[in-house]
Design a binder for this molecule. Structure first.
Ligand SMILES: *Cc1c(COP(=O)(O)O)cnc(C)c1O
Length: 387
């Protein structure tokens, strides 16, 4: 019997190693991976240059604390600032810790304008993390943990009027996933995003973009808000930022940096440690060398056509939604997503679910059209067996 607390409904596969876009279990069976450890392993598995960068750092220094400067975190901050257009970076160890940091930044920014205990506007079907602050902004999973943080209201995603109705003098931030993930894959509409940007500008409210799942190139842009031509005030990142090494980050504009947290008001023992930041730097280097963003756009368009074909073919495939290599396929209630996923596993294809009976596809960003073809064939067979 496993000594792990059984908080996950685990599948009956023990994964042991990976190579490119393939995973291998303890019996040596090979799986095509369309899940990337939940949007983490963007460069696939056992990438030689990535591994070499980590090994080199292991032999130099693993950890220093944030009381001393280190070259890796300075360089990682420059890399991330260049990629997102916001100038100041704080490193964390996970997505939820990035959300917590963004919330404290928003509270402090509001306090500097005389607003104590600023309120947040989040969205239905949102996911921002599991710790109590982030959970307060997360639409699901709250019930056993109430009372959570006061002053959080949930608007309807892609419905600007529902936001206008909730905004008040006490609102300190609007927080959204640029593409919703866990609650069902749904991109923010550009006109909606731009309307939020205008509202936040008019009222001096922070616009916080959660790019933890949709960021780092998954949608064909470094960050998914770029599709809407807006620049948020605060960005949260994690997941693919370290491609398997646990690391998160918060990026803020100069204006926010100068008007929010002061030295001593926030911190993290591990946050941005040299090993994590060596991973971040290797990720940025490899993305550039391998032209990852252009590849994602090209393969992503091909993948969208593949899924659209399935929606046309199978009546119980209700709709596809997503951008490039972040896609959801909603199934009608009589075909449970988990049953489809389990059948795909038997055919050596790994998928995820999300939302209300939706298949979710988050492949490594290095997949090719040939891998998409394999997915299309396998999924057609599996869906056909339910028809
Ligand atoms: C995964 C995720 C988080 C939480 O990240 P953890 O590293 O699991 O804490 C937050 N927001 C979004 C959009 C996510 O997908």
């Amino acid at each position: 019997m496993s000594k792990l607390l059984p908080l996950y409904k685990k599948y009956p596969i023990t994964l042991q190693r990976g190579e490119g876009v393939y995973l291998y279990d303890t019996a040596g069976e090979e799986y095509l991976d369309f899940s990337s450890g939940i949007a983490v392993c963007a460069l696939g598995y056992n990438h030689p240059q990535f591994n070499a960068a980590l090994k080199a750092q292991v032999d130099k220094i693993l950890h220093t604390s944030n009381l001393y400067a280190n070259e890796q975190s300075e360089r990682a901050a420059s890399n991330l600032a260049r990629a997102c257009g916001l100038k100041k970076i704080f490193f964390t160890n996970s997505g939820t810790e990035s959300t917590e940091t963004a919330m404290k930044i928003a509270r402090k920014y509001a306090l500097n304008k005389g607003i104590k205990g600023g309120h947040f506007i989040a969205f239905e079907h949102s996911f921002h993390g599991r710790t109590l602050g982030a959970l307060s902004l997360t639409a699901n999973y709250q019930k056993p943990f109430k009372p959570l943080m006061a002053g959080v209201k949930f608007a309807k995603f892609n419905d600007f009027e529902s936001v206008e109705r909730l905004v008040s003098e006490k609102t300190c931030a609007v927080v959204l996933e640029s593409v919703q993930g866990e609650g069902g894959v749904k991109p923010a509409k550009p006109e909606f995003y731009r309307a939020l940007r205008r509202l936040c500008d008019e009222r001096d409210i922070l616009l916080i973009a959660d790019e933890i799942q949709c960021g780092m190139g998954r949608t064909g842009k470094f960050f998914a808000y770029e599709h809407s031509e807006v620049l948020p005030d605060v960005i949260t990142a994690a997941k693919a930022l370290g491609c398997g090494v646990p690391v998160g980050a918060v990026a803020v504009s100069d204006r926010v940096a100068e008007n929010s947290l002061l030295a001593g008001e926030h911190g993290s023992t591990y946050g941005g440690n040299p090993l994590a930041c060596a991973a971040v730097n290797a990720v940025f280097e490899i993305y550039a060398q391998e032209g990852i963003l252009a590849r994602v756009s090209e393969v992503g368009a091909y993948f969208e056509r593949c899924l659209d074909d399935l929606v046309r073919e199978f009546e119980f495939c209700e709709a596809r939604s997503g951008l490039a290599l972040m896609q959801g396929l909603r199934l009608s209630p009589q075909i449970p997503a988990r049953a489809v996923i389990e059948k795909c596993q038997k055919k050596h294809l790994l998928l995820l679910s999300c939302g209300d009976n939706e298949l979710r596809f988050l492949p490594p960003l290095i997949i090719t059209k040939a891998h998409v073809d394999v997915l299309g064939r396998t999924l057609r067979e599996v869906l056909g067996s339910f028809a």
